[in-house]
Design a protein around this ligand. Sequence first.
Ligand SMILES: [Zn+2]
Length: 154
Amino acid sequence: MGTVRMTPRDTPCIFCAMVAGTLPCHAVYEDEHLLAFLDHRPVNPGHVLVVPKRHESDFHRLASTLYGALMQLAHRLGKCLAHLYQPPKVGLFGIGFHVSHVHVHVVPLYAMADMTAEAFERAQRTSPAAAVLVASAAQIRQALAVMAEDDPPA
Ligand SMILES: [Zn+2]
């Protein structure tokens, strides 16, 4: 009598599907190890997620070099979002209860309340038009392309 044990590797992972290209996403950056794309249920416009391409459940399980690359990309994206959206703050955080694949949120923030569980639940019920996401992704891709890694903070 077997109990089926599900590990994160066995369950369908939407971020792995995006990395594989079987689930579409609004990508803003991709390299050998990392993918960044717009959250399709953004807390605010410009809400980006950065993920390692290889499935891992927790940031502290990543190799430190990969973790460093992930955070460096989040840093660059933060500069782009600050430049494009001019919010009072750009937030950076990892939570991970919804999808068990390491992801860092980089989000234009306008108030402390943007970072609450309620704000995230409200975002889950909204769905921006695809055209808006397409336009935002194009803007962010362009800002990243013209921004050198060592540019001073915006
Ligand atoms: Zn995954």
